[in-house]
Design a protein around this ligand. Structure first.
Ligand code: ZN
Length: 109
C-alpha cells in the first residue's frame, strides 16, 4: 500500500508549512496514474496526522484524468486509468500528465 508513504510525505510537508498553526483542511490533487485509492489515503491520513497539528483536518482529494499522446495516430487522449492504450489501439503512447501529486491549498489558523 503506497498510500501510506505518499500520505506521510504530504502531511510532513503540510505540517512544516503550517509552522505550528492548526491545519483544518488540505486539498490534494492526485493524478489518476498515481494509482492512489482515495479511501485508503483517507484512512492513512487519519493515522499519520494523529498527534500532529493536522489531526482532525479534512482531506479533499481530486483525481484529474491524465493526458497521453499517441505516436501512432498523432492525437492526445485522456487517461482514466493505468491502461496506456490509445482509442486507435496503439500502445505507442507518451504520458504527458497524470503522475502529478500536488498540494493545491491548505487552511490553517
Ligand atoms: Zn492512437
Amino acid at each position: 500500500m503506497h498510500e501510506m508513504a505518499i500520505t506521510q510525505s504530504v502531511v510532513d510537508a503540510v505540517c512544516e508549512r503550517a509552522d505550528g498553526r492548526t491545519v483544518h483542511r488540505i486539498r490534494l490533487q492526485v493524478g489518476r496514474l498515481c494509482a492512489v485509492v482515495p479511501d485508503a489515503m483517507q484512512f492513512c491520513f487519519e493515522l499519520v496526522t494523529e498527534g500532529t497539528i493536522a489531526q482532525g483536518a479534512r482531506l479533499d482529494i481530486e483525481e484529474p484524468p491524465g493526458l497521453a499522446h499517441c505516436r501512432g495516430c498523432d492525437t492526445d487522449f485522456a487517461l482514466h486509468d493505468l491502461v496506456l492504450l490509445c482509442p486507435c489501439g496503439s500502445a505507442d503512447v507518451e504520458v504527458l500528465s497524470g503522475r502529478e501529486l500536488r498540494i493545491m491549498s491548505m487552511e490553517v489558523g
